[in-house]
Design a protein around this ligand. Structure first.
Ligand SMILES: Cc1cc2nc3c(=O)[nH]c(=O)nc-3n(C[C@H](O)[C@H](O)[C@H](O)COP(=O)(O)OP(=O)(O)OC[C@H]3O[C@@H](n4cnc5c(N)ncnc54)[C@H](O)[C@@H]3O)c2cc1C
Ligand SMILES: NC(=O)c1ccc[n+]([C@@H]2O[C@H](COP(=O)([O-])OP(=O)(O)OC[C@H]3O[C@@H](n4cnc5c(N)ncnc54)[C@H](O)[C@@H]3O)[C@@H](O)[C@H]2O)c1
Length: 442
């Protein structure tokens, strides 16, 4: 039996962040990964998605400027994405080893609440951190064996001519944008009328119209009931409203936390539909066991940035004399569609339920930063505290929503005022030099 200070199950960005922080503090750490170092983010999530998006976005931007554009080569896009992803995966694994973390490849199971087993070998530690992530939620109906998921799209060597995506959520909009720019005809099937449920309806509607104009066929209020295989790479999709043909069907209708085969009940660890129950110190109902990232039921979105933040939190707080509760900073996320949709701080939807908040609509399309790129839809909704007039949230629809959202995060988190901004000298003309105008727009 080998003894460690901490065992981490899951080598994604959440588990990795915890391992690196604990090792830096001199703890003896072991991390177990059954599939690939860097987990979803690096191998089948944002890294591969953004590598494919790099070409799709360039294509889209040229179209916005009314330039003639050549068709994209999926073969080149896929090769680029595969090489970026492989390099990131290798760097991730070797970074853990260089930092003094013991890495083991295999499936971990519990022996008791301080001992795990991998390939028959037992390892013991005073802390066990569960960072096992999540997997796609695959729908069940006749023909569901023909469903693929986001990872198969992101790793696909060939782009089918005609694809169907089930679910109109964050992953769906990114995949649809990439596939459309790369020349595929995309159909999105959503069971109700609401796409991108957590975002402002008005901005989502604009995004839906833009994607529709680019060729995406949205089928709202359609429930897929069956899939029939007609021939190789040729399927018929039957919904409760219609029937159509397609070459591939990707199911991106949410994700399910991974914990079923860990025998958590026997360890006294409680869990539910949304993941492993944790308190404000990310401790489970067993005092030796902690959980973070996509596998845990914490009151934050299941995103890489939150998983990393939680990993760093556990890595810096475990073993400290007075353990403090996790305090989340201003949240930010972006839908990597074309154009992008970003959200920071309090959402427009939540603002509508709070009488002390108001929403201000800012049309950015005529601002030089946006008009020079042909970013004709650029729009921002600011959530403002009526009393203090402080900006506490924003949603942005623009080619560059991701950059603007990140500037706003810094400004909200640091409570930057217009007086502070006037003291700054930003390179001009840029999004940063617009910030004073945005802060005044309230
Ligand atoms: C297509 C897609 C795009 C995304 N894009 C973004 C984005 O742009 N921005 C963003 O912030 N988030 C994005 N996300 C979400 C993000 O990927 C996740 O929130 C993040 O990966 C969670 O990290 P994690 O460490 O909790 O889990 P994971 O990255 O899933 O890692 C968990 C690891 O645990 C391993 N594991 C599980 N069980 C065991 C076991 N018993 N023994 C050993 N190993 C085990 C798994 O193999 C896996 O590698 C995206 C997700 C997807 C699917
Ligand atoms: N840029 C980012 O930050 C980013 C990108 C991708 C993924 N993610 C993470 O991954 C998670 C999963 O992404 P996702 O897109 O799978 O989930 P999601 O929750 O964003 O979207 C799922 C969509 O599928 C719909 N749906 C559910 N059941 C359906 C059915 N039977 N038929 C048709 N539609 C159905 C839902 O109403 C929803 O619109 C996200 O919630 C997020 O945490 C983040």
């Amino acid at each position: 039996m080998q003894i460690f200070d901490a065992i981490i199950i899951g080598g994604g960005v959440g588990g990795g962040a915890a391992a690196l922080s604990l090792a830096t503090r001199g703890y003896k750490v072991i991390i177990v990964e059954e599939r690939d170092w860097g987990g979803t983010t690096i191998n089948r999530g944002s890294t591969s998605k953004r590598a494919l998006l790099a070409s799709a976005e360039t294509h889209y931007r040229l179209r916005q400027l009314r330039q003639p554009v050549l068709p994209l080569s999926w073969e080149e896009m896929a090769a680029h994405s595969a090489s970026v992803t492989m390099a990131a995966n290798q760097r991730y694994g070797s970074r853990l080893v260089k930092s003094g973390v013991t890495t083991i490849e295999g499936h971990a199971t519990f022996v008791d609440s301080q001992t795990i087993k991998v390939h028959g070998q037992q390892y013991q530690a005073k802390w066990i951190i569960l960072a096992t992530g999540a997997r796609p939620r695959m729908l069940k109906f006749p023909g569901d064996q023909y469903l693929e998921h986001s990872a198969s799209f992101l790793k696909s060597a060939i782009l089918p001519k005609n694809i169907t995506i089930i679910g109109a959520g964050i992953i769906s909009f990114a995949l649809a944008s990439i596939a459309t720019e790369a020349g595929s005809k995309v159909t999105i099937v959503q069971h109700n009328q609401r796409a991108l449920g957590i975002f402002d309806r008005d901005l989502v509607q604009k995004l839906v119209h833009t994607l529709s104009d680019a060729g995406v066929d949205f089928k709202f209020d359609n429930n897929v009931q069956s899939i029939t295989r007609l021939s190789t790479n040729d399927y018929e999709v039957n919904t409760d409203k219609t029937t159509f043909k397609t070459n591939a069907i990707y199911c991106v209708a949410g994700r399910i936390p991974n914990f079923e085969d860990l025998n958590l009940s026997a360890m006294g660890v409680r869990f539910g539909e949304y993941g492993i129950k944790v308190d404000e110190k990310l401790q489970t109902t067993n005092p030796h066991i902690f959980a973070l990232g996509d596998c845990c039921d914490a009151p934050v979105p299941k995103l890489s940035n939150f998983a990393i933040y939680q990993g760093k939190y556990l890595g810096t707080s475990l073993g400290s004399v007075a353990r403090f509760s996790i305090k989340y900073p201003v949240p930010a996320l972006t839908v990597f569609s074309l154009p992008k949709l970003g959200q920071v701080g309090i959402s427009v939807q939540k603002a509508a339920q709070q009488s002390d908040l108001e929403v201000k609509n800012v049309d950015l399309s005529q601002w030089q930063t946006y008009s020079r790129n042909g970013d004709n839809l650029a729009q921002m909704k600011l959530v403002v505290n009526k009393g203090s007039q402080q900006i506490v949230g924003a949603e942005v629809l623009s080619q560059d929503a991701d950059y603007l959202v990140n500037y706003l995060v810094l400004m909200m988190q640091q409570h930057v005022s217009t007086d502070d901004l006037i003291q700054q000298l930003f390179a001009y003309p840029t999004q940063a030099s617009d910030l004073y105008g945005i802060w005044q727009a309230k």
